[in-house]
Design a protein around this ligand. Structure first.
Ligand code: GDP
Ligand code: IMO
Ligand code: MG
Length: 420
């Protein structure tokens, strides 16, 4: 299960729905830059790190090796869930997952400030600096907390580097490694230690037992470090291959790859966006779709659904099917549009150009279709869909080149249509 656009497609909603049939839900990349919203019986849960299967008593939520974990955030999120009556005792965290430390967040904010107008618009959660340390072999893993000597030594090494940047590049005060170690070991270790697990063995034992394991992506295909609109991306691989490296499973274990797509598109932060709308329809999508960041509160940039991107996402992820969300948000529009290609320097193209300057210059080519002007939020079966809504989905499926298996018509767990 992964995002096919620029995030916030409704991965949390569909992960929660499909987790009903899964024994394990595994987050494989990203960190608390994610905000996944679940709405069950009118109650809303905004999750950042805890996998979206946590609400069921039969699922084991696993944070796998590819995730970057801020232990303070994880504990706060678990406490919030517990306070609301959710049992979090089955939570597991890979010992190989890397830690986000306070200096990562500080560096993230300082880098952004330094970039000025060229800023990426990150969530300032320390994601980039934590993955950078991982690549630099300066990262600290969750398992390092179990050995105080190693934890302190690694913090000394990592801060030797980070403090040089903080003090000499950004003119900030250095962070004391031992003080930080004291704080993390006192405030986090007692809560984190019982969660630490060999996630590889957990996941493979479940697979060997024939159990259903659901991999939950965060962010999305076009925020992928390798395949997104670089540098306006996140620092991990939210595409399907990221599930393999981020959870330690080979591709043959994955038999279904569900791409989540909104019936329109939103993007938070900077970067190219061919179908972006700056008009009343854009304001309508933001207002009706409540397109403000789950955690950061930032207004999301709105646009029409883009089949060029979806076709590319089908290729990059080997998508087996699409799950469409927020169809109800289009309910009141007279006409709806699907972008089928781009006009670039006078030429029509149907594939996403590899040269990003061209994406910046791309003008969308649309098919315009009549709207359905009916409230879909109570519709529960495909037969009851207004014909214009059905035609929109059929066209989207043809344009994307993959079948649509699920359609969401409201934030609630029960608000969906099963096309399979
Ligand atoms: P995620 O990051 O992909 O999990 O998505 P977010 O949770 O950040 O954003 C999706 C938002 O849309 C959340 O507030 C959901 O509750 C809401 N949502 C999900 N599906 C639907 C839907 O079909 N219709 C409407 N109106 N809202 C939805
Ligand atoms: P979910 O899982 C939407 C965006 C940020 C920024 C870029 C890099 O809820 O879909 P980062 O903090 O990761 O270094 O920021 O990526 N971004 C998201 N946008 N949804 C998300 O997560 C995002 N996570 C990061 O806005 O443009
Ligand atoms: Mg989100």
């Amino acid at each position: 299960m992964l995002g096919t656009q620029w995030g916030d497609e409704g991965k949390g909603k569909f992960t929660d729905l499909l987790a009903a049939d899964a024994s394990m839900v595994v987050r494989f990349q990203g960190g608390h830059n994610a905000g996944h919203t679940l709405v069950v019986n009118g109650e809303s849960f905004a999750l950042q790190l805890v996998p979206s299967g946590v609400l069921y008593p039969h699922t084991t939520p696993v944070i796998a090796n590819g995730v970057v974990v801020d232990p303070f955030v994880l504990l706060a999120e678990m406490a919030m869930l517990e306070e609301r009556g959710v049992d979090v005792s089955r939570m597991k965290v890979s010992g190989n997952a890397h830690l986000i430390m306070p200096y990562h967040q500080q560096l993230d904010a300082l880098h952004e400030r330094h970039l000025g107008d060229a800023k990426l618009g990150t969530t300032k959660r320390g994601i980039g600096p934590a993955y950078a340390d991982k690549s630099m072999r300066l990262g600290i893993r969750v398992q390092d907390m179990l050995d105080e000597k190693i934890f302190r030594a690694k913090l000394h090494t990592a801060l030797g580097h980070a403090n040089t940047i903080l003090t000499r590049v950004f003119n900030r005060l250095p962070i004391d490694p031992d003080q930080l170690a004291d704080k993390v070991l006192a405030e986090c270790l007692p809560g984190i230690e019982p969660l630490i697990a060999d996630s590889i063995d957990l996941i493979h034992s479940a697979l060997e037992n024939g159990e259903n394991v659901l991999f939950e992506g965060a962010q999305a295909t076009f925020l992928d470090l390798d395949h997104g609109t670089y540098p306006f991306v996140t620092s991990s691989n939210p595409t399907a291959g990221g599930a393999c490296t981020g959870a330690g499973v080979g591709p043959r274990h994955i038999d279904r790859v569900i791409g989540i797509a909104k019936a329109y598109v939103t993007r938070v932060g900077s970067g190219p966006f061919p179908t972006e709308l700056f008009d009343d329809i854009g304001d309508y999508l933001v207002d009706v779709g409540r397109e403000y960041g789950t955690n950061t509160g930032r207004r999301r940039r709105p646009g029409w659904v883009d089949a060029v991107m979806l076709r590319h996402a089908v290729r990059l992820n080997s998508l087996t099917d699409l799950a469409i969300t927020k169809l109800d948000v289009l309910d009141q529009l007279d006409t709806v549009k699907i972008c089928t290609g781009y006009k670039i320097d006078g030429e029509e193209v149907s594939k996403l150009p590899y040269h990003q300057s061209l994406i910046h210059r791309a003008e969308p080519i649309y098919i315009e279709m009549p709207g359905w002007k009916k409230d879909l939020t109570e519709v529960r079966s495909v037969q009851d869909l207004p014909p214009n809504a059905k035609s929109f989905l059929d066209e989207l499926s043809v344009q994307a080149g993959v079948g649509i298996s699920l359609v969401s018509t409201g934030p609630g767990r029960k608000q969906y249509l099963d096309f399979s």
